[in-house]
Ligand binder design. Structure first.
Ligand code: ADP
Ligand code: MG
Length: 695
């Protein structure tokens, strides 16, 4: 079978629906897809039945409402299609009601207080804009998940609301430019996904990887990534076999997996799909992460999605390529061919500039997690400061508009918005800077701060809402203007002047940038507990409320959940560190000391033999292990202390200020001991064993 034969064969796609549904029902569904209005129950019944027949033909016996609770991973509860009849027979049934709405017991999903545990019911509602698919013999129906009172308990609902917000405001702008032919716009996303592969046998010997997904200890190996010999290097046969399998599985599920290559660190790889509508891209990214993990296991490997599995080695991120596209297939961030198109492009560009500047804090928050804190500002990722890269050429154009000067010296006229044709921005002139958190790459923006393990729903919800808000202000201003052209010019000039501080084309990894950014008044919110409180600032709460993306209660709940999640992750890390140190590391250092001491005594019995090596090492290891023991005891005390803190944000701060520094100190002693102990005595596979485990 060729790829085109089986691509999307496990998806109940638009094409399949067209083939299998009566014409009327299909038309009704198309209307829903286009305008988002509710599907009526008769049509739902027809679709449910067709979906069931199709799924059963493909060997499925169960269905599930596949949803994305605030844990960040996907959830499913399987129900079989069987229904019993009075005469004892069973038939396979699936109704429209079951398709549209499910009612899982949701008491164990995080709700941040939105749902009291006694009101455990949650509702799931089908998202017909994302297609059902079959995974491991189960028909998965992508759904939104909300509480009894209708509050969103998931990532999909706010994302869909934000897409609606940006749709509404963009259409207002497009009307001003005379584009009445456009009836809907959608944001598009192509998330590039980084990950590590390690051998399962080596992985299983590391308690830290098993419990936390990252190494909590580990001395640097003699060889890391300094030779840059892994980046885009030849792919090892075992990894190649995995990638082939992965691509096939993803293609069956309609995921547009396109590019697979080695990344900078040893054992690190990347998968990039072809971009698609944001909510589908979000679902597909979840499917991709899940499939990667499943496929790796089949090949005797473990796929690590953690943002920083190895200290001192590049971590993994996710590059969120984002743009806005019309139903007539026009990319609104593509510089145009004519002056009018360019004026429109500049307006959308300015909207993104203003949105990123005004809502730096929310964008920072949208990618905040305990794991990502290790990555930002390390050698492989931008600092926690949000800034934008536009490239020299585009920046110069904006500067000349701001100053009413010539863009090109050879030209005599003043560069006026809507008069001149902008040059095209070839990819290689705009994409040279890889250190920017938010880069314009010719016809889209690449938001590069995302962590590898997180859902892309949150960052896109924020981005869509922020841009929608700015577009709404622009539309208010321009709709009332007496002279559209001059109002437009004035507005663009003003935005450039007021928000150019967010534009930075230099090296984002450079320390000088941190200083410069501070001078510009940009936020530098270094850790998760530092940035989360900004979520509750009035301007941010109002933004989400204004566009009906989150209610105030939902924002507070999300705030609570983000803090809780941070604390929970750290708690597991602390307990793992304590267990590893007490049960494995200190005993093995003792054994090593014992062996050295035995040698020392033996040498002395023989006579006057040099014992400097044994003596020094015994002393050093004894001092270090005593220190590690003290630290681990103190960590135990602190982890009890933090449990007594009731407010989750205060607890998060406690972890950041008191516990993390001690974890780092403990790690230092342990890593030094690792470098001094004999390999035979060390209880865990080393960084070298892990990073070069797949050959
Ligand atoms: P790289 O960033 O590695 O140089 P590309 O620029 O070719 O690679 O593409 C990166 C990602 O951007 C791909 O997933 C691609 O599908 C996506 N992309 C391209 N155009 C758009 C768009 N208009 N909207 C969203 N994503 C896009
Ligand atoms: Mg990229």
């Amino acid at each position: 079978m060729t790829i085109t034969d089986y691509f999307g064969c496990d998806v109940f796609s638009e094409k399949v629906m067209k083939e299998r549904l009566p014409e009327e029902a299909f038309k009704e569904l198309e209307r829903t897809l286009e305008t988002g209005h509710r599907l009526n129950i008769d049509v739902a019944n027809i679709i449910a039945n067709a979906m069931k027949d199709w799924a059963i033909e493909k060997g499925a016996t169960h269905y599930t409402h596949w949803f994305q609770p605030l844990t960040g991973i996907t959830a499913e509860k399987h129900d079989s299609f069987i229904t019993s009849k009075k005469d004892g027979r069973v038939i396979m049934e699936f109704s429209g009601k079951e398709l549209i709405q499910g009612e899982p017991d949701a008491s164990s999903f995080p709700s941040g207080g939105l749902r009291a545990t006694f009101e455990a019911r949650g509702y799931t509602a089908w998202d017909p804009t994302s297609f059902a698919f079959i995974k491991d013999g189960v028909l998965c129906i992508p759904t939104a998940f909300c509480s009894y009172g209708g509050e969103a308990l998931d990532k999909k609902t706010p994302l869909l609301r934000s897409m609606e917000a940006i749709n509404k405001q963009t259409l207002r702008i497009l009307k001003l430019f005379g584009h009445d032919e456009v009836v809907s716009v959608k944001t598009t996303v192509g998330p590039e996904q980084e990950y590590f592969l390690v051998d399962s046998n080596v992985f299983n010997k590391r308690k830290d990887l098993v419990y936390t997904g990252r190494t909590l200890f580990g001395a640097m190996p003699p060889k890391g990534q300094e030779l840059d010999d892994h980046y885009f290097g030849a792919i090892k046969p075992r990894v190649q076999a995995f990638m082939k399998d992965l691509d096939e599985e993803l293609w069956r599920l309609g995921v547009l997996a396109k590019t697979e290559h080695n990344e900078a660190a040893p054992a690190q790889h990347e998968l990039a799909p072809i971009f698609t509508t944001t909510n589908i891209a979000t679902d597909h990214n979840q499917i991709t992460m899940e499939t990667m993990q499943k496929c790796a296991k089949k090949h005797g490997m473990i796929c690590l999605l953690h943002e920083k599995p190895f200290a001192g080695v590049n971590g993994s991120g996710k590059h969120n390529n984002w743009s806005i596209s019309t139903n007539t297939n026009v990319n609104l961030l593509e510089p145009g061919e004519t002056p009018a198109e360019n004026a429109q492009f500049l307006l959308f560009l300015c909207a993104v500039i203003k949105a990123v500047d005004d809502y730096q804090d929310l964008l920072r928050i949208s990618i905040a997690s305990a794991g990502n804190d290790h990555r930002l500002g390390a050698q492989e990722a931008p600092p926690a400061i949000v800034s934008m890269f536009l490239g020299e050429e585009l920046t110069e154009i904006l500067e000349s508009i701001e100053k009413d000067e010539d863009y090109d010296n050879k030209e005599k006229e003043v560069l006026k918005v809507g008069v001149h044709v902008l040059p095209r921005f070839p990819k290689d002139t705009t994409d040279r800077n890889r250190t920017s958190p938010f880069a314009f790459t010719g016809n889209k923006f690449e938001f590069r701060m995302l962590g590898s393990s997180a859902s892309v729903a949150g960052p896109n919800t924020t981005l869509n809402t922020a841009v929608a808000d700015v577009l709404s202000d622009f539309a208010d201003e321009l709709e009332n203007a007496e002279n559209f052209e001059s109002a437009l010019h004035k507005l663009i000039k003003r935005v450039i002047k007021n928000h150019k501080r967010i534009i930075f084309n230099g090296n984002g990894y450079d320390d000088a940038w941190v200083e410069e950014a501070q001078k510009r008044g940009l936020l530098n919110l270094r850790t998760t507990p530092d940035c989360l409180p900004y979520m509750l600032h009035d301007k941010n709460v109002e933004l989400y409320k204004r566009h009906k993306v989150y209610s105030e209660a939902e924002i507070k709940a999300h705030y609570e959940i983000k803090n809780e999640k941070y604390c929970k992750y750290l708690n597991i890390e602390v307990l793992t560190m304590i267990e590893m140190t007490k049960k494995d590391i200190l005993p093995c250092v003792s054994r090593n000391i014992h062996e050295l001491a035995d040698t020392l005594i033996a040498k002395r019995t023989i006579g006057d033999i040099d014992t400097t090596y044994e003596e020094n090492l015994v002393k050093t290891l004894s001092v270090l292990s005593a220190k590690a023991f003290d630290d681990v005891t103190a960590l135990g005390e602190l982890s009890k202390e933090v449990k007594a803190i009731e407010e989750s944000d205060a607890a998060a701060m406690f972890y950041k200020n008191r516990i993390i520094p001690l974890m780092n100190t403990l790690r230092e002693s342990v890593d030094t001991m690792e470098s001094l102990c004999s390999s035979e005595h060390w209880c865990y596979p080393s960084y070298g064993d892990l990073l070069f485990s797949v050959r």
